[in-house]
Ligand binder design. Structure first.
Ligand code: SF4
Ligand code: SF4
Length: 312
């Protein structure tokens, strides 16, 4: 009949997958595999200029491929964030993994933490509605002009991204310059310098930093977390290269294995057992903090809702 395409077995299968995916809540997975190497040399990072041997890189690539294959077999909606120790996007296997994941109908989002040094042209071929980047500017490792140019290029391509800096005192002038160089509508997040001692920031510093990032206070003065409700373990899980699952990157209790155990047997609502959670990729999932409301579907890439406009 004209206008009606015959339904193939593949159509029926695809419909079944989408209908089943709709029946379950979206699961977010934070993936961190073997990769530890980085092309940068930040003084505040244990992974600075670390090298992975060829064997470790091959292992990492195989782990990523296995994870992508697993994702392709799932029926529920997924969001995926790569949270590598080192820099992932300088490696082709991560760029290809993002492309492959974003092409899957049931994968709603793929985000990556990156220093934005890697090639960007591959992003011209991804689904703009799904791929987001969490970009950190590291003063001294690249020029501010180059970093800003790369942000402008992402903007032109329509890629949604966040930008942030570690708020060391040595970075204050870079933060000031970055803020004035970025478009006013671009959120600039700040991480507190984690080796700071008491009095590292003056009251004036804090007033200035809090005005730049309204959510900085949760990072510099983390609310006690033990006993707090947290979506990590229920709606969000952390996975390593072997598929070992924890509720988050910070609580080393094993929940099972992604490739051997059922998701339902691993996930469940439980209060946080850690005294303090001071990293955004953790506390952003606390149900008693405002991140679900303020960042919504941009939580993984650290993009507040009011900055998530996607041009048609
Ligand atoms: S770019 Fe990130 S991973 Fe690389 S050295 Fe700097 S802080 Fe570490
Ligand atoms: S608050 Fe942080 S440490 Fe506690 S469960 Fe959530 S993510 Fe993990």
């Amino acid at each position: 009949m004209a206008g009606i395409r015959a339904r193939t077995g593949a159509d029926v299968q695809w419909r079944r997958v989408v209908l089943n995916a709709g029946a379950q809540a979206t699961l977010s997975l934070l993936y961190r595999g073997t990769l530890e190497s980085c092309n940068y040399d930040c003084g505040y990072c244990p992974f600075a200029k670390r090298k992975d041997s060829r064997a470790r890189l091959a292992k990492d690539a195989a782990e990523v491929a296995r994870f992508v294959a697993w994702a392709g077999q799932q029926e529920r909606h997924l969001r995926i964030q790569f949270t590598p120790w080192g820099e992932a996007l300088v490696r082709r296997h991560y760029r290809e993994a993002v492309q492959a994941l974003a092409a899957m109908p049931h994968v709603q989002q793929v985000s990556v933490q990156t220093n934005l040094a890697a090639p960007l042209s591959w992003l011209e071929h991804v689904d703009l509605a799904k791929v987001m980047l969490w970009c950190t500017y590291h003063p001294g490792q690249t020029s501010q002009q180059r970093f800003i140019e790369r942000c402008a290029r992402l903007d032109k391509m329509g890629i949604r991204f966040s930008v942030g800096v570690v708020a060391m005192r040595e970075h204050f002038s870079a933060i000031r310059e970055l803020r004035s160089a970025l478009p006013p509508g671009q959120y600039l997040w700040l991480n507190a310098y984690d080796r700071r001692g008491p009095g590292y920031y003056t009251a004036d510093d804090l007033a200035w930093l809090d005005a730049i990032d309204p959510w900085f206070v949760y990072n510099r003065r983390p609310a006690p977390s033990r006993g707090s409700p947290c979506a990590a373990g229920q709606e969000v899980i952390a996975v390593d290269g072997d598929g070992e699952v924890q509720r988050c990157h910070f609580i080393p209790q094993r929940l099972g294995n992604l490739y051997r155990d059922s998701l339902d047997s691993m996930v469940g609502e439980r209060p946080c057992s850690r005294l303090k959670c001071d990293c955004f990729i953790g506390y952003a999932h606390r149900r008693d903090l405002p991140f679900g409301r303020d960042f919504g579907t941009g939580t993984l890439a650290r993009i507040p809702l009011r900055f998530q406009v996607l041009e048609a």
